[in-house]
Design a binder for this molecule. Structure first.
Ligand SMILES: [Cu+2]
Length: 267
């Protein structure tokens, strides 16, 4: 019976390898299982980092599972009748297993510094060196995303703003700056295909930026459990050509003017 348990433990690394192979082999069952198609200019850096951490933790997981099996097998109680001796630890071992993870974490944090700097520090500028104004203000609320386009004057909060709900249209191949905020609780503005995720914190306004390289319709989701309707905070990101974007914008403005005129005449 004793060795039955070690064989059971052997299943952990074996299944670990199987799942790993499925997960990373392109075209496999789990292809695109974690991350959907990357349509952003900076996405590769994020994906490489993700895969590096996956390979690293995968290898450690399989290694630990294999070691667990081996010790169960080798020190099976039936074959080893002498009583167990406990030691009070080994200084050398403790130093090794403290330094190894510390060095690994240090390596990860240093190697991703460029990705962080590009995504969070290098605020986009215009040709004249001025900060690029935000295309729109995105407001998270229970439970949806309100999007307010700055309009031709490039200032948010003025008469010419365009208001949309749960639908963010953007031109492709252009650096997009968004200002985000929340009206109530914590939300997290997540564009999975663009590899952008930013918490939206009450009382704070933040900026995020990205550039897409492919047109299409993608998801906007909330990645922070924010209440009973959290699942409903799903919007659409519509990436379109410059011309299509302008055409949509013009028609949306027209529609907004028409409905607000109707509302005025109702008074
Ligand atoms: Cu939310």
């Amino acid at each position: 019976m004793g060795r039955f348990w070690s064989l059971l433990f052997l299943l952990v690394p074996v299944l670990g390898v199987a799942v790993f192979v499925f997960a990373v082999v392109p075209g496999g069952v789990f292809d695109n299982h974690w991350l959907p198609e990357d349509i952003s200019q900076h996405g590769k850096v994020i994906d490489d980092l993700f895969m590096f951490i996956l390979y690293l933790t995968g290898a450690i997981f399989i290694g630990t599972g294999a070691a667990l099996f081996w010790f169960c097998w080798k020190y099976d109680a039936e074959k080893n009748p002498e009583p167990v001796k406990y030691s009070h630890g080994s200084h050398t071992l403790e130093i090794i297993w403290s330094i190894l993870p510390a060095a690994t974490l240090l390596f990860i944090s240093i190697s991703q510094m460029d990705a962080w700097a590009e995504n969070k520090m290098a605020y986009p500028t215009k040709a004249n060196g001025e900060k690029k104004p935000a295309l729109a203000l995105v407001t998270g609320r229970q439970f949806g995303w309100r999007i307010q386009y700055a309009g031709p004057d490039e200032v948010i909060g003025t008469e010419d703003d365009l208001h949309v709900v749960n639908e963010l249209h953007i031109p492709v191949n252009e650096e997009i700056v968004l200002r985000i905020q929340t009206e109530d609780v914590l939300h997290s503005f997540f564009l999975p295909n663009v590899r952008i995720k930013q918490d939206v914190v009450p009382g704070m306004q933040q900026h995020l930026w990205f550039q897409t390289k492919k047109t299409g319709t993608y998801d906007i989701v909330c990645a922070e459990l924010c209440g009973w309707g959290h699942y409903k905070m799903r919007g659409r990101l519509i990436v379109e050509s410059e011309d299509d974007f302008k055409a949509w914008y013009a028609s949306a403005v027209q529609e907004q003017n028409r409905t607000s005129l109707n509302a005025d005449s109702d008074d």
